[in-house]
Design a protein. Structure first.
Length: 112
């Protein structure tokens, strides 16, 4: 029988992508800590590049480790696309459906 403190059955690397202010960091803190993370400056959350959080979850009596990478929403290279710093098992695209700029920003982060 597994528990959240045992060695993980499997590890997953999850990378969140999206523009500035869409809620990537808040989603991560909700998942990892179960709360809303409030560290705002001028209404926006600021994240150091390459911020990684870990959370173990017990699913069907097996422990899974999720390594969740938060990416800054504004760091684009000279081609106007973001350099994704981590290879992931999963990518979560976060955007504001009511904002075309938010959708455009996340589209720029997708590999071509």
């Amino acid at each position: 029988m597994g528990n959240e403190n045992s060695a993980p059955h499997r590890e997953f690397t999850v990378v969140l992508l999206g523009g500035v202010g869409v809620g990537k960091t808040t989603l991560i803190h909700r998942f990892v800590k179960g709360d809303e993370f409030v560290f705002k400056q001028n209404g926006l959350l600021f994240v150091k590049p390459d911020t990684m959080y870990q959370k173990q979850h017990l699913i069907d009596e097996k422990t899974y480790l999720f390594k969740v990478w938060d990416t800054p929403g504004q760091e684009y290279n000279s081609e106007g696309t973001i350099d994704i710093p981590h290879e992931g098992d999963m990518y979560l695209l976060v955007f504001d459906l009511s904002s075309q700029a938010s959708i455009d920003a996340v589209c720029k982060q997708l590999p071509t």
